[in-house]
Design a protein around this ligand. Sequence first.
Ligand SMILES: NC(=O)c1ccc[n+]([C@@H]2O[C@H](COP(=O)([O-])OP(=O)(O)OC[C@H]3O[C@@H](n4cnc5c(N)ncnc54)[C@H](OP(=O)(O)O)[C@@H]3O)[C@@H](O)[C@H]2O)c1
Length: 279
Amino acid sequence: MPDRRRLVVIVTGASSGLGNACATQLAKRGYAVYGTSRDPASRERKADEFFELIRLESSDDDSVSTAVGYVLAKEGRLDALVCCAGMGIAGPIEETPVVEAATQMDVNFMGVARVVRAALPSLRESGGRLVVVGSLAGSIAVPYQAYYAASKAALAAFVEALRLELVGLGAQATLVEPGDFRTGFTESRHTFGLADGSPYADNGRRAIAVMADSERHGADPVLFARLVTALFEKKRLAPRYRLGPRSQRAAMRLKDLLPRRIGEALLGAYFRIYAGKGA
Ligand SMILES: NC(=O)c1ccc[n+]([C@@H]2O[C@H](COP(=O)([O-])OP(=O)(O)OC[C@H]3O[C@@H](n4cnc5c(N)ncnc54)[C@H](OP(=O)(O)O)[C@@H]3O)[C@@H](O)[C@H]2O)c1
């Protein structure tokens, strides 16, 4: 994608956080950017957001095809798709209602699948780019965020397969796995279970507090925007890119090197998970 003049990009989840930083930067660079939100009318726009915000609900087939159809009708082409829309739930596996777990998977995993399916014909035609936002949580254990981590692990497998399916067809896909970033994600997260008396209460509350604190002190979303912009200039996309706080990227490398049992013990200590009541 070397010539960015009027290249058309859809960025899902562009009302906030990583998607907003990315859509803003791409628009400033001259791309024709369409960002999405579940409720664009209610979103206050910043002065430098030079992109159109359109409605898209990841869990709704019609909403996804309407959004992609709108861009294609208006522009007649699509050159790139950045899938940022997503949300997170927390809580013990045992105490998280199945319906909430299913919604997590539907929004984060099937939501991406819906948009990718709708965009692929145009992206194949334009030789375009797909950037899917996974998470380091998809590659490393995150206790009390099992369903979120599973949705991101599913995306990693999805993109791996998609890359092979696209060989020789022009379009290219990649997975970006961010570590912790300062976004609206932390405040939007719903926590289930962990009531007083729950056998998970002490460890779960501590672990979720560690995560939230790490996110609030996480990296600046501008770093993500810079990475995506750089990816659009690249001739060939690697299967996966990781970014975020250095300590988390180092932990990922360590995980690959250490025996599993030691890695697990270190993670438990990081999340302040202790054996014994209230330890
Ligand atoms: N922040 C982190 O530390 C971190 C780390 C790793 C990965 N990620 C991933 O990065 C992506 C962006 O998250 P963020 O950190 O930027 O969080 P954010 O600030 O909360 O932004 C989430 C975006 O997703 C949209 N969204 C949420 N639920 C949706 C749904 N059901 N349908 C359509 N859009 C929906 C929101 O738009 P509306 O509310 O306007 O609809 C918003 O624009 C997510 O996939 C997240 O899992 C974040």
